[in-house]
Ligand binder design. Sequence first.
Ligand SMILES: C[S@@+](CC[C@H](N)C(=O)[O-])C[C@H]1O[C@@H](n2cnc3c(N)ncnc32)[C@H](O)[C@@H]1O
Length: 175
Amino acid sequence: VAPRIAWAVELLGLEADDRVLEVGCGSGAAVALVCRQLEALGGSGPGGVGSVVGIDRSATAIGRAVARNAEAIQAGRARFEQVDLAGFDPVGRSFDLAFAVNINVFWTGSADAECEVLARALRPGGVVHLVYDGPGLEGARDVGPAVVGNLARHGFRADVRRGVGGLLGVSGRLG
Ligand SMILES: C[S@@+](CC[C@H](N)C(=O)[O-])C[C@H]1O[C@@H](n2cnc3c(N)ncnc32)[C@H](O)[C@@H]1O
């Protein structure tokens, strides 16, 4: 598992019945790790009710993620949707946690549509973690303040933390 993904999932601090949303799931490696942890926490019996939804706007990514997580999908633990975050409709679902790894939209502009969707998808008190690889990816630009500001305009109390190897995380709690 890549360090950025291991750290993002560690930040979630998963509990057995958490409902989790991953934005920009790519080929589904983080979803697979979340499923393994939810299973370990809840066992294989009916007590383990946690679940994860992975969304990505790329059909190729979703195809790979579905193939990688076939068993978890079968078990009702994982689900994937091909959709851009701005167009994602939570339709009555309420997530405890959301996360995204290396998703640029949160710092390249205002990300108003995207943050608004996150604020609707999470329950009150829900938390989003946005993780970025270090300087290699964003040309040494510190994206933390931009991400914090964008989340703050949509009701999140956000702060920045640093992980090993230049990883940067912004965590925002709703309400
Ligand atoms: C750089 S990759 C990162 C993939 C994975 N999170 C990882 O760390 O390996 C970005 C992925 O997010 C998807 N993506 C980027 N912006 C998105 C958005 N606004 N809504 C949905 N998917 C998005 C892309 O299609 C791509 O699969």
